[in-house]
Write a protein that binds this ligand. Structure first.
Ligand code: PRP
Ligand code: MN
Ligand code: MG
Length: 181
């Protein structure tokens, strides 16, 4: 892999690889929900960029919504400590809902959101995660659409941050363990 111009970080997935994979997921969603409408629910803030690209690669009618959950430093999160900061605007009862996440890590966030949304009795509830880190899982949960499965490496870019930095990088990059704050 080649170094990025920004921050000198090593690229794990280039913007071209990401865009190709996002287009494939969009086509898959079009097939799976042919003739129906869907609501894409992005989880702030990390999923904002993936959602905006994914939505533009979906041809069937779709609307956006966003939720925000409490965010603790990685590794400092205790099981079940996810809290809702911003709720859905949309009524999802009897609707097709796809939760859009940048990364599925321990699964705490998506497990929490899945059970929360299920209480509203959606017609269907699926999960699209651009990245999946199965080795870190603490909850039994899988995404229906996965961009890339990765080992336990800290990644930034394409919405993902290190202390709020680097979300704007167009490529997904590796954050070295010794990177200065
Ligand atoms: C990150 C990431 C996912 C979540 C995944 O969000 O964007 O939402 O963690 O981790 P989990 O599977 O262990 O729950 P973060 O809490 O860093 O907030 P952010 O999206 O605002 O960066
Ligand atoms: Mn997030
Ligand atoms: Mg984060």
């Amino acid at each position: 892999s080649t170094p990025t111009a920004v921050a000198g970080l090593e690229i794990l997935f280039s913007r071209e690889q990401i865009h190709q994979r996002v287009a494939e997921i969009g086509r898959q969603i079009d097939q799976d929900f042919a003739g129906e409408r869907i609501i894409l629910v992005g989880v702030l803030k990390g999923a904002a960029i993936f959602l905006s690209d994914l939505a533009r690669n979906i041809s069937i009618e779709n609307t956006f919504d966003f939720v925000a959950v409490s965010s603790y430093g990685k590794g400092q999160r205790t099981s079940g400590a996810v809290r809702l900061i911003k709720d859905l605007d949309a009524h999802i009862e009897n609707k097709n809902v796809i939760i859009v996440e940048d990364i599925l890590d321990t699964g705490l966030t998506l497990c929490f959101l899945r059970s929360l949304f299920e209480q509203h009795k959606p017609r269907s509830l699926r999960i699209a995660a651009l990245l999946d880190k199965p080795s870190r899982r603490l909850e039994k949960i899988d995404a229906d659409y996965v961009g890339f499965t990765i080992p336990n490496q800290f990644v930034v870019g394409y919405g993902m941050d290190y202390a709020e930095r680097f979300r704007n990088l167009p490529d997904i990059c590796l954050m070295p363990p010794d990177f200065p704050e």
